[in-house]
Structures are given as structure tokens and as C-alpha cells.
Design a protein around this ligand. Structure first.
Ligand SMILES: *[C@@H]1O[C@H](CO)[C@@H](O)[C@H](O)[C@H]1NC(C)=O
Ligand SMILES: *[C@@H]1O[C@H](CO)[C@@H](O)[C@H](O)[C@H]1NC(C)=O
Length: 354
């Protein structure tokens, strides 16, 4: 690592099976390469990233990284817990995004090699990035045949919000392909969270039925965006609650046959279509990454849940007009972890062909 980023040595781990090969750094638990086979059994690297470490130590949009303590946006970077107000770093307009100035994506983790994977450990000090409590975090990647399993565990010394995810950018045609319009996407969600113009959820839990957010049947992405006049997705889809494994999303690239399924225990899925990619980064093998050249399926808690879940609303300004009785009641899952409890979520990425 560069001295200005604290120095230290970055290690790279390779997990490999007959059908999948993954490279992961101890910096930010970053997935730097993920190769899967197409119908003709040809491997291609399907995640965006950089050839050199330097790409990851400079500014980039969280390519492949684990983000935390709290993934996604927190309104005004502020929350109140037990009467105390906490102020976080504002790095996304008026809001705090993905852990702040130096989140989990920008730090070195301590790796431990496991029989079929690698576990990264980190102690996040009390007060780091404005968050209370000393937090012990373990992120474990294991490869089981064509399944990449990511488990997130954490324990805290004081009550703290937490939501961990991996922010890999996928293009099943192979990284460096110009767009994802020919991908078919489905998301098993009956509702999603409408957002304001700074991408903070309004609080409404809206039904997808009859809207462009209804992805319960596969849609061809390019055609779908046109049909619904959407500039892209950057939205949370609400998943069934209760910590069991669910199939929540599927992506299929018909020309190559590559498929990816996402299964998770998490309550939310941020579907992002690389709307802010602008072709200015120099990626792997000199690839450029224009708008809509990749998608992210980030399993996590719902955005701004720390200000919207029951019992966390003390910092909210009361609504000026009564909430219409027809709107569904918000029921944001609590992101708070208490001492003595364990945060424990798993996401499975299953690769194949069809
Ligand atoms: C590995 O994957 C197979 C299905 O391909 C599944 O039956 C098995 O339970 C998995 N093993 C672990 C340890 O997750
Ligand atoms: C995490 O939760 C899973 C169930 O989702 C369980 O099988 C596993 O044992 C838990 N891990 C730990 C370390 O408690």
C-alpha cells in the first residue's frame, strides 16, 4: 500500500474450481477477477476492475469491494441512537455512502486461508468513520464448485448500525463489453423503495406491480429501460425477511449462455446498472467502462434504515402532512447490532450456462 494510505502489504488469493476462478485482495476484500465459462466452456472475466493495485488505491466506484460499516446511503450522514446524534462523513452530495471517507473497502484485512476459501478479519475501532463501538468483522469467501459463497459476520462492543455487502460490477459478456442491454434480469421482489432526488428512500414501500420495477419475470434490460423511460436502476428491492436462503435474482446473457443466480439471507437487494460509469476509468486490459457497461446486485439492508426502521426515527422531522392511509406502512428492517449479538449474513453467487 502507498505510505499515504498507511503502507503495508496487500495479498492476493485465488480460489479455483472446474468452472469458476476468483481472485481476491486483502485490501477491501476486493474481488479483482471472476472467471466463469460460457456455453462453449470458454472462460471470461466477468467483473470490472484494474490490472494493478494502483487502480484500487485511487478513487474508483467500489469495484469488487466489501463496503461497510453501512452499505448504501444514510440521509445527511446523520442518525440518532439512544438520544445521541452521530455525524458521518458526507461523500455523496448531502449524504454518506458506503461507510464514509475511509470505509471497509479502503483498508487492509487480515487473511486466514481455509480449506476451500479465505476468511478476512478486521477490527474496526470504536468511533471509526463516526460509528460507535469496536466492531470485529469477518468476511469469508468460499468456492464450492460453481458457487461463490460470501459470509459476513460481526460483533460489536456498543450498539451500532451495520450492513455489509460486496459491490462487484458484472458484465456476463465479459468485462470491457460496452453495455449490458442484452442481459436478461429477474428479481424476486414484490416491492421496492422509491427514492428522492438524492437517492434516499422516501419511506414508502411501493408495490412493483404494473411498474418498471416489476422484474419478477425476466426482462431484456435494454428494451425494458426504453419501454419504461428509465435512465437505469439504482434502487433497493425488498426481499422476504427472515434469515433463510432465498433465490433473489437471476441474470442471463443469451449470446454467451452465462447465467448468475443470487441467493441470500439479507433483506434487501440494491440493483444498480452502472449509471454513473462514464468511460473515464482505465480498466483491466485497457478496457473502458461506459454508462450501463455493468450491473451490481448488492445484497444488504435497506438504504437509510438507520433513520427509518422502527425505533430509530427520533432524528426524522415529523411529516408536514399526514401520510395518506392508502400508502403501505414502511417496515424497514433494523440495522442495529447489539453487544452480545452476532451479525451473520450469507450471499451465494451461482454461475452456470443456459
Ligand atoms: C456445495 O454445493 C452443493 C450443490 O452444488 C450443495 O449440495 C452443498 O451443500 C454445498 N456445500 C456447502 C458446504 O455449501
Ligand atoms: C450463521 O448463520 C447460518 C445460518 O444462516 C448458520 O448456519 C451459521 O452457523 C452461522 N454462523 C455462525 C458462525 O454462527
Amino acid at each position: 500500500m502507498p505510505p499515504e494510505d498507511g503502507g503495508g502489504e496487500v495479498e492476493k488469493f485465488v480460489l479455483q474450481s472446474d468452472s469458476v476462478r476468483v481472485e481476491i485482495l486483502s485490501l477491501g476484500c476486493i474481488i479483482t477477477a471472476l472467471e466463469t465459462r460460457d456455453r462453449a466452456k470458454q472462460f471470461a472475466d466477468i467483473v470490472l476492475g484494474f490490472d494493478k493495485l494502483e487502480g484500487y488505491t485511487k478513487k474508483h466506484p467500489f469495484f469488487g469491494a466489501v463496503v461497510g460499516r453501512v452499505a448504501n446511503r444514510i440521509a445527511k450522514g446523520k442518525f440518532t441512537m439512544d438520544g445521541k446524534e452521530y455525524q458521518l462523513f458526507l461523500n455523496n452530495g448531502p449524504n454518506s455512502l458506503h461507510g464514509g471517507a475511509r470505509g471497509f473497502d479502503k483498508v487492509l484485512w487480515s487473511p486466514q486461508v481455509l480449506p476451500s476459501g479465505v476468511c478476512f478479519y478486521r477490527l474496526s475501532p470504536d468511533g471509526e468513520e463516526g460509528y460507535p463501538g469496536e466492531l470485529k468483522v469477518w468476511v469469508t469467501y468460499t468456492l464450492n464448485g460453481s458457487e461463490l459463497v460470501i459470509n459476513y459476520r460481526a460483533q460489536t462492543s456498543k450498539k451500532t448500525p451495520i450492513s455489509l455487502t460486496n459491490h462487484a460490477y458484472f458484465n456476463l459478456a465479459g468485462q470491457g463489453s460496452p453495455d449490458i442491454y442484452d442481459h436478461e434480469i429477474s428479481i424476486e421482489a414484490d416491492s421496492y423503495l422509491p427514492v428522492d432526488d438524492t437517492k434516499i428512500p422516501t419511506g414508502e414501500v411501493a408495490a412493483v406491480q404494473g411498474t418498471g420495477f416489476d422484474l419478477r419475470q425476466p426482462v431484456q434490460l435494454g428494451k425494458h429501460l426504453k419501454q419504461f423511460h428509465l435512465d437505469g436502476f439504482d434502487h433497493n428491492f425488498c426481499l422476504p425477511l427472515g434469515q433463510t436462503r432465498h433465490l433473489v435474482a437471476r441474470a442471463h446473457h443469451p449470446p454467451s449462455g452465462r447465467t448468475m443466480e443470487v441467493h441470500t439471507t439479507q433483506p434487501g437487494l440494491q440493483f444498480y446498472t452502472g449509471n454513473n460509469l462514464d468511460g473515464s476509468l482505465k480498466g483491466k486490459r485497457s478496457a473502458v467502462y461506459p454508462k450501463h457497461s455493468a450491473f451490481c446486485l448488492e445484497t444488504q439492508n435497506w438504504p437509510d434504515a438507520v433513520n427509518k426502521a422502527a425505533g430509530t426515527q427520533t432524528s426524522l422531522v415529523p411529516p408536514r402532512s399526514p401520510v395518506p392511509t392508502t400508502s403501505p406502512q414502511p417496515h424497514f428492517p433494523s440495522p442495529l447490532l447489539l453487544p452480545g449479538e452476532e451479525y451473520n449474513h450469507t450471499t451465494w453467487l451461482c454461475f452456470g450456462t443456459a
